[in-house]
Write a protein that binds this ligand. Structure first.
Ligand code: F0G
Length: 340
């Protein structure tokens, strides 16, 4: 049977003898070498890697944190679980709650969730509440509802989420044989960068510079203040007031990394390059880290050593964004001769 992260990293996670293990075999995701992309970034062969978190059971990195958060909620006798989400947290919570036999309520910003994610929540049987507002407003409503109703919040404010997600760093250290010199990743609510930094600090002596990237229209950590009306094509990171702000700034400062911003055009460019050069289809938000790498290399930023980009979610989550580009397709009648 495939082991999930709770079994593989049990000694480094808050799992007790009585903790029920709710797993879908998450983690152990591929780390693939990306030489064509490295060349685009002016980096040597063998220096750039992609961590394919879209290969997790519900198609995003959220499953690492959710296996633990839901297992602990079940252990504590929770009435149910609840979250606000731009889609992936909801899909993951819904799946693991279904396995645990727990009620799951998800608060989604209406019109701000990619289709694949919405249908996941519906299929897994979550109670879907669409909020006429943005993610930050949905989160405020989720938190007040959870307090009143006695539900367990499984957003990344839940410390078990961060604990589970730190295992991504453990895997990268195992896969490369040491920590990379740089890690590039998207930043939304800032839980994942917080979790990876915790993971690297626990994994051993080598630590990467943490290079986080927000979308330019939703870049509160770059601006140093909340953004009231966040805007970006990358719906997963359309967040104006990140909960884990402190963790992200700590990761940046302690690692001597940076948190920067990338435009929607830069995100889409990286998104398409990943698919066309490397055969890796991730969702637009996931490409923000790669967009950041290409941007800073273009500006002459030096990279010495190995860099890993975290591709946080699968491209199939969002089937609508690619269709906005004019891809050439041929339509033919059967039986004719096609010249290529
Ligand atoms: N990439 C994807 C695909 C995401 O879904 C998210 C966050 C992020 C990156 C950013 O991670 O929030 O830890 O900084 N999605 C959350 C959600 C907000 O509700 O699914 P973060």
């Amino acid at each position: 049977m495939t082991q999930g992260i709770l079994a593989r990293y049990r000694d480094r996670l808050p799992v007790g003898a009585k903790t029920p293990i709710i797993t879908l075999g998450e983690g152990a995701t591929p780390l693939v070498q990306a030489d064509a992309l490295a060349r685009r970034a002016g980096l040597p062969k063998g220096s750039l890697y992609l961590k394919l978190e879209g290969s997790n059971p519900t198609g995003s990195f959220k499953d690492r944190g959710m296996t633990l958060a839901i297992s602990k909620a079940l252990e504590s006798g929770a009435r149910g679980v609840l979250c606000a989400s731009t889609g992936n947290t909801a899909a993951s919570a819904a799946a693991y709650a279904a396995r645990a036999g727990l009620r799951c309520v998800v608060f989604l910003p209406k019109g701000g969730v990619a289709m694949g994610k919405l249908v996941q929540s519906l299929m897994y049987g979550a109670e879907v509440v669409e909020v006429r507002g943005n993610f930050d407003e949905a989160l405020a409503l989720a938190m007040s509802t959870a307090r009143r109703e006695g539900f367990t919040v499984v957003n990344s404010s839940n410390p078990f989420r961060i604990e589970g997600q730190k295992t991504g760093a453990f895997e990268i250290v195992e896969q490369l044989g040491a920590a990379p010199e740089y890690q590039f990743m998207p930043v939304g609510n800032a839980g994942n960068i917080t979790a990876y930094w915790k993971g690297y600090r626990e994994a051993g002596p080598g630590r990467p510079r943490m290079m986080g990237f927000q979308a330019a229209g939703a870049a509160p950590l770059v601006l140093g203040r909340p953004v009231l009306k966040p805007k970006t094509v990358a719906t997963a990171i359309r967040i104006g007031n990140p909960v884990s702000r402190e963790g992200a700034l700590r990761a940046r400062d302690e690692s001597r990394g940076l948190i920067g911003k990338v435009s929607d055009a830069q995100i889409i460019n990286a998104y398409r390059l990943l698919a066309r050069l490397e055969g890796v289809f991730c969702e637009p938000s996931s490409a923000a880290g790669v967009a950041g790498l290409l941007k800073i290399r273009h500006e002459g930023y030096p990279i010495r050593g190995r860099a890993v980009c975290i591709l946080t979610g699968h491209g199939l989550k969002d089937p609508d964004t690619p269709l906005q580009f004019a891809y050439k397709r041929k339509i033919v009648a059967p039986g004719g001769k096609l010249r290529l």
